[in-house]
Design a protein. Sequence first.
Length: 310
Amino acid sequence: MNEQERKAVLTLCLMAAFVDGSKHERERAEVKNIAESLAGEASINISALVQDVLLKRASLPRSAAMLVTPESRQLAFEMAVCVCDADGAQSPAEREFLDALRAALGLDAAQAGSFSSQAESIASAPLAPAITVAAASTMTRAEMDKVILNAAILNGAIELLPESLATMAIIPLQMKLVYRIGKSHGYELDRGHIKDFLATAGVGLTSQYLEQAGRKLLGGLLRSVGGGLLGGLGKQAVSSGMSFASTYALGHVARHYYAGGRTLSTQMLRDAFNDMLGEAKNLQARYLPEMQAQARTLDAGRLASLVQQG
């Protein structure tokens, strides 16, 4: 993809991120921060793109018209769907935006609907795993540490996949990990509580997808589910440790938080996450071979069932 096409895709993703006026202001601010942090990855003035979107100077038809290949149009739609679904099922405003985007891109309605359904099934997967897991009272500290490490390695492996949908699967798997840890300490958590926990720790949902997928896009490593754009496991070095690190840190902070009776303040929770994140980043190289090996066994077409099993 050339710079004009990348700019168009990023603009459409930002439009998707801000189209839902009910999105929490904390998440909207994080989206802006993440978008601006990507500025160092390319010569695109992403800060200007954010302002154009927020001030409604950006045009959906004009941005869509900048995408001239079927592959770039398909990828733009897939990324926009994932941005809308990253924090849960699509709102009416998001569905209206995606319908307009599909029409502007000239995509087949059935094909677009199929992808959107896949994304929705991942975003709305039940928190409780479909398979039986160890009961709360039987899980030792060592067993819980292993659960957290395995979840981090799995998410690191998923991040190595170049498909647009793969990046979105990381978020619900992180939510399911927090759910399992909370349940192991006697807390029956719902989706709203876990979203708040992640946001308090400093992990946005929409912004996390935008950061990871944006880096892959700017690095030329992202492709649509149907293929098309170049990308491959061996080249995914751009952000290959971020999902491992954030999942590992979330797991250990959640264990500390729920084991201690949820007594940490907002600042203490965020500080604990940042400290653990630094430790987790140092572990990334150690476990990278395991992530790479697991990534080679993953089927991007079965991401929904993988998230369901959790």
